[in-house]
Write a protein that binds this ligand. Structure first.
Ligand code: NAD
Ligand code: RBV
Length: 475
């Protein structure tokens, strides 16, 4: 799907499903703004000084209603923005339409192909004069990966011909070779001018540290995920609302009374398990980390391996950020009518390709995002969102309020990347900024913060210098 007629006539540089959805998108953006006090406060506080004036900002992040409010916040601070999604199924087409209607180039539609996905990422990275972005807002690291693979492919073109079974790498290699034919310094020029990237999610952050440790990272990066007001809110409380929402939109199944297994008890696993448990499922956890496994026991869950869960579990949710957690063989042994889905960033937690090629299996589309697989013995299972992150593939992602926290951090990271000259490394936002983000959200919930006057160690005669900072508190 490509351009459709523009109702505002402002731009022709975009690729979305249907510009006619703009008005619907605008109405939902207006509702979201009321639930995103952090982003609105950012506009009020920083807007007059235009701290992003002159900054070309490229985003590779789910094109949802919440992201639309982020985009308009970056613009209110002076940025020149281009956007693509970071997932082929997560775009809310009415959000994309409203943003294009306001004059911002967006390249994303729900159900785009993988070929389109990488072309769209490249188009969002390329300004009309051929230049690249000054700063990047990334989620999962695909924009960053494309720039780095393009760059190293220009140094060593044979890299793009190395044999691979990974279909996405194959698609990306073909596109990078095409770009190289047109301009064999495209990615070198782009990387040189890029002042920094801000990364949204756990998996993307892991990729950044790997690149930094190998000495391959080409520009500074900010780890937004590990701000407390991101990972301890979005990953936990966001998934607590959007995980079961997605399973229900996809299947309408009754969760109470079922046995659900959550694979991975990190932040996303904790939120997902809480939601399933709150719906009165019996929850099993699989973990590779003894500390997280013990935490799961303390929370009242049963810790088991996937193999042990197979005769019992009705619902499986992977939340590990790791690959091959549920194999095709596992799925071939699940109970009849079992539901399998992933809420981690990438689709390799579940062996989807191997399932598609499983001997004797037949695949039936119930509706987009809900597929039935029937094995030779007549048992069926349901795979949601084709193994991609289920809350954005089968539902609409996290609610606005929690995303306001994440995206306030993204806004602060964009200002930092644009305004500060930093050495190439992976940085965090200061704790003061984390506290500022939290503070901006207290009013909406009518929370009354206590002002600390004296610290206990004063009474013990231990002098406390300067303002007291509760650094040792755990979240
Ligand atoms: P995390 O590191 O806090 O937790 C991952 C957990 O999985 C860890 O405890 C780890 O020990 C465990 N694990 C790893 N391999 C495992 C295996 N083979 N079997 C069982 N457990 C295993 O990470 P997180 O912040 O919870 O994020 C998890 C994934 O979800 C990442 O890919 C992240 O990018 C993504 N994410 C998705 C959303 C969303 O809206 N869908 C939101 C935030 C994060
Ligand atoms: N996420 N975005 C939404 N509604 O726009 N919901 C979830 C939304 C983000 C979340 O921050 C997580 O880290 C990332 O998606 C995983 O790709």
């Amino acid at each position: 799907m490509t351009q459709t007629k523009s109702i505002n006539k402002k731009i022709s540089d975009y690729a979305i499903a249907d510009i006619e959805l703009a008005e619907f998108g605008r109405r939902e953006i207006e509702i979201a703004e009321k639930e995103m006090p952090g982003l609105i406060a950012m506009r009020e506080k920083y807007g007059p000084d235009q701290p992003l004036k002159g900054a070309k900002v490229m985003g590779s992040l789910h094109m949802t209603i919440q992201t639309a409010v982020l985009i308009e916040t970056l613009i209110a601070l002076g940025a020149d923005v281009r956007w693509a999604s970071c997932n082929i199924f997560s775009t809310q087409d009415h959000a994309a339409a409203a943003i294009v209607d306001s004059g911002v180039p967006v390249f994303a539609y729900k159900g785009e192909t993988l070929e389109e996905y990488w072309q769209y990422t490249k188009r969002a990275l390329t300004w009309p004069d051929g230049s690249g972005p000054d700063i990047i807002v990334d989620d999962g690291g695909d924009a960053t990966l494309m720039i780095h693979r393009g760059y190293f492919g220009e140094d060593n073109p044979s890299m793009l011909d190395e044999p691979t079974d990974n279909k996405e790498v194959k698609i990306q290699n073909e596109l990078l070779k095409e770009i190289q034919k047109e301009d064999n310094k495209f990615w070198h020029k782009l990387a040189k001018n890029c002042r920094g990237v801000a990364e949204e999610t756990t998996t993307g952050v892991h990729r950044l540290y790997q690149m930094r440790d190998k000495g391959e990272l080409l520009f500074p990066a900010i780890n937004v995920n590990d701000s407390v007001t991101k990972s301890k809110f979005d990953n936990i409380y966001g998934c607590r609302e959007s995980c079961v929402d997605a399973i229900k939109r996809a299947t309408d199944v009754m969760v109470a009374g079922k046995t659900a297994m959550v694979c991975g008890f990190g932040d996303v696993g904790k939120g997902s398990a809480q939601a399933l448990s709150a719906h009165r499922a019996k929850v099993l956890i699989s973990e590779i980390d003894p500390i997280c496994a013990l935490q799961a026991c303390m929370a009242g869950y049963t810790v088991r391996t996937v193999e042990e869960a197979l005769p019992e579990a009705d619902i499986y949710v992977t939340a590990s950020g790791n690959c091959d957690v549920i194999t095709a063989e596992h799925m071939s042994k699940m109970k009849d009518q079992a539901i399998v889905c992933n809420i981690g960033h990438f689709d390799n937690e579940i062996q989807v390709d191997q399932l598609n090629n499983w001997p004797g299996v037949t695949k039936t589309e119930i509706k987009p995002g809900t597929h039935q697989y029937t094995f030779e013995d007549g048992r069926s299972i349901y795979l949601l969102a084709e193994g991609r992150l289920v809350n954005l593939g089968c539902a609409t992602g996290h609610p606005s309020f929690v995303m306001s926290n994440s995206f306030s951090n993204q806004t602060l990271a964009a200002i930092d990347n644009w305004q500060k000259d930093k050495k190439v490394d992976v940085y965090h936002l200061d704790k003061e900024l984390d506290e500022e983000v939290a503070r901006l959200h207290l009013g909406k919930l009518d929370a009354h913060l206590t002002k600390m006057t004296k610290h206990q160690s004063d009474y013990l005669g231990v002098p406390v210098e300067g303002p007291y900072k509760p650094e040792h508190y755990r979240y």
